[in-house]
Design a protein around this ligand. Structure first.
Ligand code: C2E
Ligand code: CA
Ligand code: CA
Ligand code: CA
Length: 279
């Protein structure tokens, strides 16, 4: 047991060193990566459960690193969180997402929205409001078609400042969704104070709900509560028809997941749309 403890300590220590080194490396690489066009967005459809109509796309960040290959956002976003690089990268994501929405509109996809993920650090940046308003104007896109996805973490950062920014953006027409609902700090009391339009049930509950009573109860009561509060509810991570049927019977509004489509690389999506339009 003693040996084991020693090993654990060493592993932990090495891991920590690696994480620190990784962070430094990532931060220096990000700026260059933006300039060199290593980032791109993949778009995943969000579908209305009753009509089957396309509601919009969620923009998901991809980093095609020259040496490491495709790096998952789960790997680099937590590392960059609270750094100025995340703000800069976040601006890139916002501008590019709005540009893609404009291109989608031009390709004939009108009346759809784009969902943009915002990290907690980004939301306390005083420049965010202006940037969003300016970019929507610059691309001639209706702010009503822009859904900003926040996590429960953002909502506890600086609640007064967050609320103020949310209300200002809401007045300009932007919408808000709470992402990964149920996995973070329980902030049910915030729900009634905040101008939120939509709640996203995390995929961990959706993937477990047909086998696990607790997950099922969480999904059912979240849908009921959200609807009673007059908001919309999206289930993420829907992978099969049985899950879809259950969500439909519970009157979930929107669904997103591999059952409909994996996130589609922006260039692939745009190529497909172009050939469709020119046909
Ligand atoms: P998220 O916002 O909860 O996004 C959903 C994740 O689930 C995405 O992973 C998506 O590819 C994946 N997914 C979608 N449908 C299914 C399904 O049916 N089954 C399974 N197993 N997974 C599914 P991805 O693209 O790797 O992104 C991971 C996380 O990285 C996101 O989780 C989000 O928190 C963060 N992220 C991605 N792009 C951005 C961004 O531009 N800004 C910020 N701040 N965070 C981002
Ligand atoms: Ca999201
Ligand atoms: Ca909207
Ligand atoms: Ca999630």
């Amino acid at each position: 047991a003693k040996d084991n403890g020693g090993n654990c300590y060493q592993i932990y220590d090495a891991g920590m060193y690696q994480r620190v080194a990784h962070k430094v490396l990532l931060e220096t690489e990000v700026r260059e990566a933006i300039v060199q066009g290593q980032f791109s967005l993949s778009l995943q459809p969000q579908v209305e459960i009753n009509s089957g109509r396309l509601f919009g796309f969620e923009a998901l960040l991809r980093w095609n690193h020259p040496k490491r290959g495709l790096v998952s956002p789960d790997e680099f976003i937590p590392v960059l969180e609270n750094s100025k690089h995340m703000i800069e990268l976040g601006y890139w994501v916002i501008r590019h997402s709005i540009e893609l929405l404009k291109q989608l509109n031009e390709a004939g996809y009108t009346g759809i929205s784009i969902a943009i993920n915002l990290s907690a650090g980004q939301f306390v940046d005083p420049g965010l409001y202006r940037f969003l308003v300016e970019q929507a104007q610059a691309f001639g896109v209706d702010a009503g078609a822009i859904e900003l996805e926040l996590t429960e973490r953002t909502l506890v950062e600086d609640i007064d400042k967050t609320l103020e920014t949310m209300h200002k953006l809401r007045d300009r027409g932007f919408s808000f969704s709470i992402d990964d609902f149920g996995t973070g700090y329980s902030s049910l009391s915030y729900l009634k104070k905040m101008p939120v339009d939509c709640i996203k049930i995390d995929k961990c509950f959706v993937s477990g709900m047909l086998d696990n009573q607790a997950d099922m109860q969480i999904v059912m009561s979240t849908i009921a509560m959200v609807r009673n509060l007059g908001m919309k509810v999206i289930a993420e991570g829907v992978e099969n028809r049985a899950q879809l049927r259950f969500l439909k019977s519970e009157q979930c509004d929107l669904v997103q997941g591999y059952l409909f489509s994996r996130p589609i690389c922006e260039t692939v999506l745009m190529e497909e749309l172009k050939t469709k339009v020119s046909r």
